[in-house]
Design a protein around this ligand. Structure first.
Ligand code: GLA
Length: 660
């Protein structure tokens, strides 16, 4: 799949003819249509105007371009919020958000949900059997601008959600620990969303509200999804996710869609973006259990929403597109096809720029990519294989980052990247898993931080190790239960036996402070952000703290548990020491890199049965020679590649079908 968001309603019809000609020239075969078209499709309540949409659907079909048709629900028309201002979202401090931007709806609003249901019924009825229709695109980036609403309608819905979770108000009082600060509720109607309070709102209440808010948006998706599945059961449904997006529990969401898709907007000024977008790819692939996914949006060059919008270097867009394929995508699309002439995104790059295409290097690169992708059909459907799994749990993430912890500097995304970076540098692919996922297929499980864990998750991780797996866990894991209450009895209570130790106390490090570390193999390292007083109960120290009050005490440990091995890290390691440690864990678990390539080159394989396709991606702006052990065919240009050195230009890519 190759294409982009297409917004023909921003342009007169004569431009559409030109659009289709250019799409064909660029090799576009799929467009996401009508994402923000509600006010054009239903200009006044109940009056639908499909004339223009009929016309462009037909034109696209005649042009050989399939449609990922939006349900158009992402931005409600002004008539709806004018007639029903109670559908507008409200922030925690009572500020109402008005129409004039986009996504101005309360996720719990029956007005909004009913209106989207009517709209989707019309859309599905009209286009369900249109030959251009290839996929449904529900909403757009759910939760991007309004992840939660605190209005009275939401308060009522929150209470209903809580009544499902807690059998009685007394249960809720227990779950929320309301004997603290005189928060005891005597009746359901006293219970509120965590609106702005003089100081910290109850953490268990906040955590439940995050669960509720993710569920409420998911119900908005479901209102539409149900209609689509009833009317067009054979058309796949997706909604576009956003990388490591905190507000939505994407494990739950992905289970409700047929195809996972994601929007990735790398920051070209960040030298680590290659690593970060690889991680996004591994995550979205994992969300649907390894099935191929779609890169639904990326930009051809600049975005418009950073303070300074640095352009992609020539070749970088093509490189990052191939990276998505390498990590399991079967399609690459952009926001957007034609750069807007008006509105808030007119400075956002597109495939077709404001000026004539023939002057645009971005257009040339996009056209080249489109032509190349036509030769990569055999990549589609192939799978990425991983022996390493990284545990990510949204509830734990929410709880970890609630205020009033030992250190606000301990954050989930940093913790994930600290583990992912050395894997990426070593060309070792990782899947993401939930704490309670089936781990049987993995040799190494990494637990960057799992502050909150339920019993099933804890037992599963223990079982993985006792059955022979290798596991690495970092500090401040296993601390809270799903109510965000401390698991008492010595930290980390559910993992103490597995780790063979007891954490007696936490000693977070001040900003800018660090601790030295002495490793038992004679190497040195540093830790920052965190240190802790560890008492060994069977584990062996493989590094000790040095130069602080913890001098000589264990910092990193290992412990044989059942037939496996559990390692524990009691600080945030510097990057070199972390890389050494992950290498060691991989060696213990017999995990080998996919391929040995020079620094700055990414090497990943996709597999289909016994066939393998090797992606080589040069993230550097200079040419590099990569040693190849096996000959093959570079699918991008059909050339034969011999064993020996293969040259990649600056930001160059090769897609090699191994074996002739
Ligand atoms: C998001 C949205 C698009 C557009 C882009 C701009 O991904 O889904 O509609 O606003 O951002 O980068």
């Amino acid at each position: 799949m190759y294409g982009g968001d297409y917004n023909p309603d921003q342009w007169p019809e004569r431009v559409w003819i030109e659009d289709i000609r250019l799409m064909q020239e660029a090799g576009v075969n799929l467009v996401s249509l009508g994402i923000f078209s509600w006010s054009r499709i239903e200009p006044t309540e109940g009056n639908f105007d499909f004339v223009w949409l009929d016309r462009i659907m037909d034109m696209l079909h005649e042009g050989g371009i399939a449609v990922d048709l939006a349900t158009a629900s992402a931005s409600p028309p002004p008539w709806l919020s004018t007639a029903h201002p109670e559908m507008l979202p409200v922030l925690a401090d009572g500020v109402k958000l008005w129409h004039g931007g986009r996504q101005h709806y309360c996720p719990s609003s029956p007005v909004y949900r009913d209106a989207t249901k009517r709209l989707v019924e019309e859309m599905a009825g009209r286009y369900g059997s249109h030959p251009a229709l290839a996929m449904w695109h529900v909403g757009n980036e759910f939760g991007c601008h309004v992840p939660a609403c605190y209005c009275d309608v939401s308060a009522e819905a929150f209470r209903a959600w809580l009544r499902e979770r807690y059998a009685s108000i007394e249960d809720l009082n227990r779950g929320w620990g309301t004997d603290f600060w005189s928060q005891r509720y005597s009746a359901w109607d006293e219970v509120l969303p965590p609106r702005r309070t003089p100081t910290w709102a109850n953490p268990s209440q906040q955590l439940d509200f995050m669960r509720f808010s993710s569920d409420e948006l998911l119900e908005c998706y479901e209102v539409e999804h149900r209609v689509l599945k009833e009317k067009t059961p054979d058309i796949p449904v997706t909604t576009n996710f956003m990388r490591t997006f905190k507000p939505l529990d994407y494990w739950k969401w992905a289970a409700r869609e047929d195809v996972a898709s994601i929007d990735v907007y790398q920051d070209p000024s960040d030298p680590e973006e290659g690593m970060k977008s690889a991680m996004s790819g591994d995550l979205v692939r994992s969300l649907k259990g390894g099935l191929p996914w779609v890169l639904m949006e990326q930009t051809t060059s600049r975005v418009n929403w950073r303070p300074v919008n640095v352009a992609k270097a020539p070749g970088q867009m093509r490189l990052w597109s191939y990276q998505a394929l390498a990590r399991g995508a079967d399609g690459v699309l952009f926001f957007q096809w034609r750069q807007s002439g008006a509105g808030a995104e007119k400075f956002h790059s597109a495939l077709v720029p404001h000026g004539p295409v023939e002057f645009s290097p971005v257009w040339r690169e996009a056209k080249q990519l489109g032509q190349e992708l036509k030769r990569l059909d055999q990549v589609c459907g192939s799978r990425v294989r991983a022996q390493v799994a990284i545990v990510l749990d949204w509830e734990s993430w929410w709880a970890l980052e609630l205020p009033s912890k030992p250190s606000a500097r301990v954050t989930q995304t940093d913790a994930l990247e600290d583990y992912y970076r050395p894997l990426f540098d070593a060309n070792i692919v990782a899947d993401f898993v939930r704490p309670d996922s089936d781990l049987a297929g993995y040799r190494l499980v990494l637990v960057p931080n799992l502050y909150l864990v339920d019993d099933a998750g804890a037992v599963n991780l223990n079982n993985f190790v006792s059955a022979g797996g290798t596991l690495v866990m970092s500090y401040f894991s296993g601390i809270a239960d799903p109510f965000e209450h401390i698991r008492l009895g010595g930290h980390p209570a559910p993992f103490r036996r597995m780790l063979g130790l007891r954490v007696v106390d936490w000693l977070p490090l001040a900003d800018g402070a660090s601790t030295e570390l002495d490793f038992s193999d004679g190497t040195q390292g540093r830790g920052d952000r965190w240190s802790e007083l560890i008492q060994l109960e069977g584990a062996q120290a493989i590094a000790t703290f040095k130069g602080t009050a913890l001098s000589g005490r264990p910092a990193i440990t290992k412990h044989d548990f059942g037939s496996g091995l559990a390692m524990y890290i009691g600080t945030r390691l510097d990057q070199l020491a972390m890389a050494r440690l992950i290498r060691r864990a991989c060696a213990d678990a017999s995990v080998e890199p996919d391929i040995d390539v020079p620094a700055g080159v990414e090497g990943v394989r996709r597999h289909a049965g016994r066939r393998s396709i090797l992606f080589l991606l040069n993230h550097r702006d200079v040419s590099v020679d990569v040693p190849l052990l096996e000959a093959g065919v570079n699918l991008i240009d059909g050339s034969q590649v011999h064993a020996g050195l293969v040259r990649l230009g600056p930001y160059g890519a090769a897609v090699i079908r191994e074996g002739w």
